[in-house]
Design a protein around this ligand. Sequence first.
Ligand SMILES: *[C@@H]1O[C@H](CO)[C@@H](O)[C@H](O)[C@H]1NC(C)=O
Ligand SMILES: *[C@@H]1O[C@H](CO)[C@@H](O)[C@H](O)[C@H]1NC(C)=O
Ligand SMILES: *[C@@H]1O[C@H](CO)[C@@H](O)[C@H](O)[C@H]1NC(C)=O
Length: 470
Amino acid sequence: MIIILLSLIITLSLSTIITFLLATRRKPGSPPGSIGLPFIGETFQLIAAYKTENPEPFIDTRVSKYGSVFTTHVFGERTVFTADAESNRFILQNEGRFFESSYPGSIANLVGKHSLLLMRGSLHRRMHSLTMSFANSTIIKDHLLVDIDRLVRLNLDSWTGRIFLMEEAKKITFELTLKQLLSIDPCEWTENLRKEYMLVIEGFFCIPIPFFSLTYRRAIQARKRVTEALHLVVRERRVEREKGVKKNDMLAALFDSDCDNITFSDEEIVDFLVSLLVAGYDTTSTTMTLAVKFLTDTPSALAQLKEEHEEIRTKKGASMALEWDDYKSMPFTQCVVNETLRLSNIISGVFRRAMSDVKIKDYTISKGSKVFASLRAVHLGQDNFEDARVFNPWRWQKTSDLTNFMPFGGGPRRCPGYELARVALSVFLHHLITRFSWIPAEEDKLVFFPTTRTQKRYPIIVQRRNVVVE
Ligand SMILES: *[C@@H]1O[C@H](CO)[C@@H](O)[C@H](O)[C@H]1NC(C)=O
Ligand SMILES: *[C@@H]1O[C@H](CO)[C@@H](O)[C@H](O)[C@H]1NC(C)=O
Ligand SMILES: *[C@@H]1O[C@H](CO)[C@@H](O)[C@H](O)[C@H]1NC(C)=O
């Protein structure tokens, strides 16, 4: 009996191993690499690396061993990893032709099936351009800037003593996003919605074992409550609209697209809003926090930035509100913004799937292969930027070569909010720098898993400056 059982076990495990070996056998012409342990692959190595302040060795060692395009096995699947600028551009620009975006089911459940992330083909093109034309520079200049400026100032009004910059930045970007999407001003309702949202966001990053994770289940429940709350808003707004009340926000743009023969159900609209909230909220607030951290750690850059913003303040006299012309007269700020985006890489890369056999470099990526185009690896590649791992905003005064710089991705899926993010960050830096001085309250450091952030939410002690306006 025992022998039968034993041989059964041996046969079973042998067949498992053989199946695994067959499934993960390197196809001829595919990029070299190692795929680590069965099933788990190199996921743990990746996570361990990204939990430290310096995850680069994970990529560096593989790049030096196999070249800038290599094969690994992460998050349950054999994956072609590219750290090569040209290959990344090729992948992003051939969206819908050779590659399509491809995300795990656990993410799909959280962002909703009607999100930009999961849309494809002509619907994606339509919605992408709708979002783009809602957040382009004309619209920001004419409508959105006023609210960005007002809400940033309003938030800073209440800052005293010790604050967690990451938390405060999140509050700001959430309020901004709700205002832009739905014309809703900050209140108790928005703050409650934000708390639910934080639970949803947490759920994104337990990808490896979705069904066993409490965080994930909690996220799904929170998402349901968020959806219900937004459904109510959408329903009310439909009623208002029928009565002829006009508003100027993303929801109105979605309603108006009805005229183009695409009508969206409430469910589709809510899904779409939920995903835009995710996109606008976490990324921009992290960038704000990291910009402040990089500046704090680089006093000469902070001093030069201060000078630029004090000059703007002096010119404006007693008027507190920033205008478009002010935004356009911050050349060094734009260097700081680019350098922060380059170095922080909030979205460290994008997942795609090959739609047919594709040639990249000298390799063949076979149809159906998962591909991870790492934006981070390119931004931090020493061949692409001089002293690539150092915060050096002045580099942007020298170079006009932007070919290796893709903080917002590229191609048809480039983040439609890129200009909005730049403006929000610039306005935030302006008011922070002219109104406060600060010191870090504790040592804090960057980590990159599950998301890019600082370990302690970047606690700082702020002090109001009284030199600003006469
Ligand atoms: C921005 O979009 C609006 C329509 O929403 C359009 O009229 C305007 O020309 C666009 N501006 C730019 C700079 O693309
Ligand atoms: C919308 O539909 C109407 C009739 O159903 C058609 O005449 C019109 O050309 C369509 N418009 C667009 C932009 O597709
Ligand atoms: C910053 O990057 C953007 C591209 O994302 C570019 O258009 C702009 O010119 C850059 N600014 C500076 C100061 O280099």
